[in-house]
Write a protein that binds this ligand. Structure first.
Ligand code: NI
Length: 397
């Protein structure tokens, strides 16, 4: 049985949510430094009567439990990220950042305030659901390895064991109140490589006495493309881009070494895993064949979000009831990074987007831009979808 949409109740509490968002916006804190933000969140959760509040989870993370009164059941985790960015804000408003060089330019201030609003309404609806909601406020989404992984390592998905997770992100390119969703991959896996190819330098006129790392690099760069063209399912897709080649600085000297850097973007976890193995193999194999050596450093970024079909269907269904069919759209696959992905690899999850664009008010700037802002009216639908979907999920399981 689907619950009522809760939208009127979120309309009513919007002013309080906006006040919280503006407080966070005025006092931005960077990744893993969210001390004041976490303290503010904790105080709010205590005020609301949220149980089992844990602080300092995976750094500055905070979790709390809202237990339904209709009996035991599953646990759904709702997530917000809390960190700001090292950007000098250019928005002129009475809530502009009070800290020069730090700014909530991605909307994480909105996510944190919205999740507090969701907690407030769910506390008033404990009689209407079974199981429990875990609210989770995480540090450091912006800086890999990120706060999600740290919180998971610190037990955030245990005690009580989480069965499903829902997260949201505000979207600057989507009109206020529009909800967008996607089943399957929701972001790209993004990893980097730095390789030093060691040859043996010498005179450019006597190549037979040298091992040329520039030629090894050239062979390798071309061979890397076959990882996509010949080894990756065309319906899956991946990108290997070599973005820097650094070697030598003379016309007539074969250098000792060449450094090659690049990035790999993948959609499926299997392809990501294969790339992490095959890229180093190709570097080492070709270097060895040609008498050199390759020293490979693999730098893991965030994996790709995997949106579960059933959880996403519950979110989409709630969204249609709240925002209307015309305001609920399927998202194309974006290649951005987002560490909600770590949760989505542990439990069935849905990460959806809530529009916060308002062209009439000039709120059109993209995420991470110094003029980025959000249309706060858009929060109502995002919060209502999160809370309604959480209750629907719990009552169906
Ligand atoms: Ni973000």
């Amino acid at each position: 049985m689907a619950t009522a949409t809760l939208k009127p109740e979120f309309d009513e509490i919007l002013p309080g949510v906006v006040a919280d968002r503006r407080h966070f916006h005025e006092h931005p804190e960077l990744a893993f430094e969210e001390i004041e933000t976490a303290a503010y969140v904790t105080a709010r959760l205590q005020e609301l009567g949220v149980e089992n509040i844990k602080t300092g989870v995976g750094g500055t993370g905070v979790t709390g439990i809202i237990r339904g009164e209709c009996g035991d059941g599953n646990v759904v985790m709702l997530r917000a990220d809390m960190d700001a960015l090292p950007i000098l804000e250019e928005v002129q408003a009475d809530y502009t950042s009070k800290i020069d060089g730090k700014m909530h330019a991605c909307g994480h201030d909105a996510h944190t305030a919205m999740l507090l609003g969701v907690a407030r309404i769910l506390m008033q609806h404990k009689a209407d659901f079974k199981g429990a909601v875990k609210v989770l406020f995480q540090p450091a989404e912006e800086v890999p390895p990120g706060g999600a992984q740290a919180m998971i390592k610190d037990g955030a998905l245990q005690d009580p064991q989480v069965d499903a997770a829902i997260g949201l992100h505000v979207a600057a390119d989507s009109p206020a109140g529009r909800i967008s969703w996607r089943v399957g991959p929701g972001s790209a896996g993004s990893d980097r490589f730095r390789v030093v190819i060691k040859g043996r330098g010498g005179h450019a006129a006597r190549p037979q006495a040298a091992v040329d790392p520039v030629v090894i690099a050239a062979q390798t760069i071309m061979a890397l493309q076959t990882l996509v063209a010949r080894e990756t399912d065309p319906m899956d897709g991946a990108v290997v881009s070599t973005t820097a080649v650094i070697a030598g600085d003379a016309f007539n000297v074969i250098p000792d070494t060449a450094e090659v850097r690049g990035t790999v973007r993948t959609i499926s976890p299997e392809t990501r895993e294969r790339m992490a193995k095959r890229v180093p193999e190709i570097f080492r194999g070709i270097a060895e064949t040609m008498g050199g050596e390759a020293d490979v450093t693999w730098i893991s970024g965030y994996p790709s979000i995997q949106n579960d079909a059933l959880v996403t269907e519950i979110v989409r269904d709630a969204a249609v009831r709240i925002a209307g069919e015309e305001n609920v759209v399927e998202n194309p696959l974006g290649l951005g990074g987002e560490d909600f992905s770590y949760f989505s690899l542990e439990v069935p999850s849905c990460f959806f987007y809530c529009g916060t664009r308002n062209e009439e008010r000039g709120i059109v700037w993209g995420h991470h831009h110094p003029k980025f802002d959000v249309e706060e009216e858009g929060f109502v639908n995002g919060m209502a979808v999160m809370a309604t979907a959480a209750m629907d999920y719990l009552n169906a399981n």
